[in-house]
Design a protein around this ligand. Structure first.
Ligand code: PAF
Length: 282
């Protein structure tokens, strides 16, 4: 496995692989890898000849007062996990090369970025789409894999790729959970023991809404009530949003059906966690 730090070298390696008829597969990340990232890499390994992982904590997707400076970073640990999961290349560009002086071009997906995380993190998705577009131009993959935990991110990236006619397949991969149901996230590392216990309210709330839906409840007001009751009972938890919306448009709905996405963002202490489910899916 090679570590590549410059854009020119990454582009030249990917270009050579493509010229040789190889399939290039890409897993973009901000590092501090966990089993969720490993599942993307393992799937990528099956799909391609050259498997590229990027690790770049992207400054443009963090707002003022967010955790850019404290975001966990550990390249040694990441290198081991990436090698075990079969990556060929780790691409770790410097921020000064990704965003040199004079940088002024951004990609903005308009409507899909308005609700959910877009509402509580203004500018976040503009940073995500810009960096993902740049990374795709650099790595030139045939396919790129993203986890469904960041459901809105995946929808926004699909929209961008479609709208800008980018020649890459976007693959969405299932949420990977800890044994007790907590969705894996690099930010779980921030949680104290008590907060870690509290964080289970997300999966408990999601399970309760799913159970109610399975038993015939279709009123979003009633489903939301169940979610709020569970989360607000937790001492460290404060709700950022509980949204029931259409899984494709992300527009809010009043009655739930098989196409309804329940998306949650909850602060546990200072750590903001997200999770989601499509009510009609197994
Ligand atoms: O999901 C992430 O880790 C990031 O948002 C991404 C897609 C790597 C862009 O920085």
């Amino acid at each position: 496995m090679r570590i590549i730090e410059t854009i020119a070298e990454m582009q030249s390696l990917s270009g050579a692989a493509r010229d040789a008829g190889e399939i290039v597969v890409f897993v973009p990340t901000m590092g501090y890898l966990h089993e969720g990232h490993a599942s993307l890499l393992r799937e990528g390994r099956k799909r391609g000849d050259l498997l590229v992982l990027s690790i770049f904590v992207n400054p443009t997707q963090f707002g003022a007062g967010e955790d850019f400076d404290s975001y966990p970073r550990d390249l040694e640990r990441d290198r081991q996990l990436a090698a075990d999961a079969g990556a060929d290349i780790i691409f770790t560009p410097r921020a000064s090369e990704m965003y040199p002086a004079g940088f002024q071009t951004y990609v903005d997906v308009e409507r899909l970025t308005l609700p959910l995380c877009g509402r509580s993190r203004p500018g976040h998705f503009r940073g995500v789409t810009t960096v993902v577009c740049k990374l795709i131009n650099i790595v030139m993959p045939h396919a790129a894999l993203f986890g469904k935990k960041d459901y809105q991110q995946l929808a926004v990236i699909r929209r961008m790729v479609n709208d800008l006619n980018m020649n890459v397949e976007i693959v969405g991969m299932p949420i990977v959970r800890e044994a007790d149901g907590l969705a894996m996230s690099s930010r779980n590392a921030y949680l104290s023991t008590e907060e870690r216990r509290s964080a289970l309210c997300l999966i408990r709330a999601i399970s309760a809404a799913r159970d109610a839906f399975r038993n015939g409840e279709r009123s979003v007001a009633a489903l939301r009530d169940r979610v709020l009751k569970i989360v607000s009972a937790e001492p460290f938890a404060s709700i950022d949003y509980t949204e029931f919306c259409h899984k494709d448009t992300l527009e809010g709905v009043a009655r739930a059906d098989d196409t309804t996405l329940l998306a949650l963002a909850v602060k546990i202490g200072k750590t903001r966690l997200i999770d989601n489910t499509i009510l009609g899916e197994e």
